[in-house]
Design a protein around this ligand. Structure first.
Ligand code: DP6
Length: 359
């Protein structure tokens, strides 16, 4: 007769985040320690999020993972680092109803199965790795009854993908670069929660959902090695901008917020141009979106919309309120009619949001 066995499962859902002051460049590639602080806004899970189920069972004979239904290898250093760090923090679990008791030391022998699903294109500059690693670490922490708070967990998610550490919180989030060599103080903190500035509306104009040619990891390595602008940015520009951005967010000062977000996005892409070999993440459609937004902001005499672009051509547009968002959509639809060959294929609209524990 088959031996009685059990499976313990936890499901979590984590939204992605979009940086308004960008992380670009590492001072330590293995621990993923950045050259500057960054600030992001966490999106609504209804539109861009990862859902991850983690399971443990004595019947599993190896760690395995499926991403969007396809098995992927867990042998990469980043996954292994996250798994090692979270296993080291695992605690005893007892579920009397199901007759499950897992002692702290058992977690070293037990294997895991992970199934993860993105409701948006993977690796197309829509920060899929951010939501993915944040969700994985959060779900594993619940499964293993780890006692760490979200900031402490963010320092583990960071070792999967830098930007992932910021997805452990909703609202506006700051990743503090830290000083410690072991990375223990390089973690995310929530600046304000999602209710603080809830009239903002975020629109993502999907210019292309194709995988990007230069990954963020490779691109930022090349920038650190070759761009003088990056060094200037990290030492002189970002520290001041971070303080100004924190003030703008605290005071819900949209004019300063928009000016800082757009300037920081433009400087990040200028660093990409200053990198050898040169990196082009934006394309003509991205440039036309910038012109359209800037013309409108100028004609109104005050910013209605902020734009920011990550490592891809897709525009993230942050509107002052619903009215500005509606007008923006009308302008985008006029400039990029859906039937044209303008290469703008869809819009995703969302508010900011919170991390949801579906476990
Ligand atoms: C342009 O976090 O994807 O989106 O740490 O190498 O995994 P790795 O890079 P990743 O880089 C994100 C870069 C960015 C800016 C940002 O999110 O701050």
């Amino acid at each position: 007769m088959a031996e009685k066995t059990w499976v313990r499962m936890v499901t979590a859902q984590t939204p992605t985040n979009i940086a308004v002051i960008k992380y670009w460049g590492k001072r330590d590639e293995t621990l993923i320690l950045p050259v500057n602080d960054s600030i992001s806004v966490t999106l609504d899970p209804a539109h861009l999020c990862t859902t991850t189920t983690v399971a443990v069972s004595p019947s599993f004979d190896q760690d395995r993972m499926w991403l969007n239904g396809k098995e992927i290898s867990l042998s990469g250093g980043r996954y292994q680092n996250c798994l090692r760090e979270i296993r080291a923090r695992a605690c005893e679990v007892e579920d009397k109803e199901k007759g499950i008791k897992i002692a702290k030391k058992d977690w070293e022998k037990l294997h895991l199965h992970v199934a993860s699903y993105n409701n948006f294109p993977t690796a197309a500059g829509l920060a899929s790795s951010a939501a993915g690693f944040a969700c994985l670490v959060f779900a594993l922490a619940k499964l293993m009854n780890a006692k760490e708070d979200n900031s402490e967990l963010s320092a583990i998610a960071r070792q999967g993908s830098g930007s992932a550490c910021r997805s452990l919180f909703g609202g506006f989030v700051k990743w503090i670069m830290g000083k410690a060599e072991d990375g223990s103080d390089s973690l995310a903190v929530q600046l304000v929660d999602e209710k603080h500035w809830d009239e903002l509306v975020i629109i993502i104009a999907v210019v292309s959902s194709r995988q990007k040619e230069t990954s963020s990891t490779t691109g930022m390595r090349d920038s650190v090695e070759t761009s003088l602008l990056l060094q200037h940015r990290a030492k002189e520009v970002v520290p001041k901008r971070i303080k100004q951005m924190e003030e703008a967010i605290k005071n819900r000062d949209f004019g300063s917020f928009a000016q800082l977000s757009c300037a920081d996005s433009n400087q990040f892409h200028a660093v990409c141009l200053d990198t050898c070999p040169t990196i082009f993440y934006m394309n003509d459609t991205s440039h036309r979106i910038i012109s359209c937004v800037e013309k409108w902001n100028c004609s109104e005499g005050m910013p209605q919309v902020a734009y920011t672009f990550d490592a891809g051509p897709n525009a993230v547009l942050i509107a002052h309120d619903r009215n500005a968002a509606t007008q923006l959509m009308q302008k985008l639809l006029f400039c990029f009619p859906p039937s044209s060959d303008a290469d703008l294929n869809s819009y995703v609209i969302g508010d900011k949001s919170i991390l949801k524990d579906a476990g």
